[in-house]
Structures are given as C-alpha cells and as structure tokens.
Design a binder for this molecule. Sequence first.
Ligand SMILES: Nc1ncnc2c1ncn2[C@@H]1O[C@H](COP(=O)(O)OP(=O)(O)OP(=O)(O)O)[C@@H](O)[C@H]1O
Ligand SMILES: [Mg+2]
Length: 307
Amino acid sequence: MSEHDTPIFAAARQANELLHGEARPLSRPSHPRIITIANQKGGVGKTTSTVNLAASLALGGLGVLVIDMDPQGNASTALGVDHREGTPSSYELLMWESAIEDLMQRSPHAERLFCIPATIDLAGSEIELVGLEHRERRLAEVLNIDDLVSLGIDYVFLDCPPSLGLLTVNAMVAASEVLIPIQCEYYALEGVGQLLRNVELIQQHLNRELQISTIMLTMYDGRTKLAEQVAGEVRNHFGDAVLRTVIPRSVKVSEAPGYGMTILQYDAGSRGALAYLDAAKELNDRSDRLVSHSEGTRDSAGTEGSR
Ligand SMILES: Nc1ncnc2c1ncn2[C@@H]1O[C@H](COP(=O)(O)OP(=O)(O)OP(=O)(O)O)[C@@H](O)[C@H]1O
Ligand SMILES: [Mg+2]
C-alpha cells in the first residue's frame, strides 16, 4: 500500500479539498426539503447534527438555511452568526414581524450557509404564542417553498429545543420531514415513544405531509457493546429510516462549537467530520425516495412515519 492509499492521506486530501472549495458538488433535491431535528431528550446531538449536516451540504454547493428554534442559541453559536440580544432572530419570524430574507445571516463557514439565529427573546415566546392566533402554524405560514426557491435554498433545518412545547410543534407543522438523532447510550429510546405519538398527532391534526424520514445514530462508541446493542435495536425498530452512517463519539466534535465552528472548519479531516460528510451525502441521496402527499398517497408516507 502506498502512502496515497492510507486513510490518513485520504482524510488529509478530503480536508484540503473541502477547505479550498474543490469538494465534489452534491446534486440538488428537486424541491427544497424542510427538516425538523427533534428529540425532547436533552443532549442527544440535535444541534451538533443540525450544524454539521448543514455545513456539509453547503460545502457540497447546496443552499442551506438553519433556523435556530432553541432559545439556548447553540446552533447560532456553532454557525458563527451574531445572536446577541436585539439581533433580528427567529422570534421576529414567529411573531410575523420580519421576513426570512431580512432575518437570515450568512455564516462565515460557507458561501451558501445561512442562519436565522435565536436570541434570548425566544425564551418567552412559548408563553406569548399561547395567546396568538394560529399558534401552531406561525412558522409554517411564513416558511413557504416558493420563497425558499427564489432565495436559492435547498435545505432548511429547524433545530428544536429539548421539549415538545409550542416551538417544537411549530417546527413540526412547518416541516415535511423529521430527523430524530438518537444517542447510542443507556436510555437512548426513552421518550422516543412519546415523540412518535406527538408526530402522529401532528400528522393527524396539523400537518399531513410530515414524515419521520431519518433516524441518525450519534455519539457511537465502537469500543462498547452497549453502543452496538442500541444501534441494533434502533435499526430493528425503524428499519431503513436509519442512516447507514453512524456518528462516532469524538472529542473534536464536542470542541468545535467552543470556537464558533462546525467540525468541518475545526478539523475537516477528523473522523467526526468525515462521518457528517457521509451522513449528509446519504441524506441528500435519499431525496428522490421521499413521497410528497401532493404527489403520492397518504398511505405511502404514513407507513414511513409509523415505522
Ligand atoms: N459525536 C459527538 N461526540 C462527542 N460529543 C458530542 C458529539 N455530538 C455531540 N456532542 C456533545 O454532546 C453535547 C450535546 O450535544 P448537542 O448540544 O448537539 O445536543 P442537543 O440535543 O442539541 O442538546 P439540547 O437538548 O440541550 O439542545 C454537546 O456538548 C456536544 O458538543
Ligand atoms: Mg440543542
């Protein structure tokens, strides 16, 4: 084996290509995909998955918008956008005070990566929303496909807080897909049943289009039997909704946000970066198999949702 065939050389080459914008472009989905990243369990990798998938797709040449729906503002931090108090944010979007194009900031990490940040204003919004008309549809009403097409956006990721409150409900009503990150640890599936029931309720009453398109295994530690068992259980339960790519537990992945970066800027040749790039490619390659209710039947997507 020459040095050019080694994994380290391949990783270094990939890092170099990425940073110099020479990565192979990804094909664009036929229409913008709006994906809610949800799991009411805290710390399972929702935000990490959101920002790293978003950055991977944007580095592949696609237009990506992350809407930070979590008052913690972690996605805004990792994407390196301003989210100090007073910054126009997802709060203004939910309150119908500003339009998407006036709220989105370009992330310094990629040419076509944008973020509508979350500021502390969002913290009180769950309560404010209760008294508003169309409280579950505030986001859906202002996130329409035609606007996204004219803005050149191929993917919208909605990063949810660790709860099933009105912010998460708004995200699920506005999206056509839910991506659930599952941590390969003890109690991984705890609460997933409740999450699935909530998705079903939203499908029945608020958003017929919604489907659980993607399950993503995160923080996988290949040295433990437990991680393997959890992964097996999740695959048995959810079938091919589960991405083949598994995100390894890696210190570098957890360090990146501390520098206002995704893993792709922090260490593009690392295992974590390569895993997110693979996961993003897999997610994008699946674009064709999604059935829209406007094109297909209720049953085909319903089956997918209940797997
Ligand atoms: N693959 C990984 N390897 C190591 N650490 C990780 C990995 N993914 C995420 N982490 C770390 O785990 C913690 C939780 O991750 P993250 O913030 O993405 O979860 P979350 O579901 O968004 O949390 P919350 O529910 O608070 O919004 C963070 O400190 C993050 O840096
Ligand atoms: Mg988070």
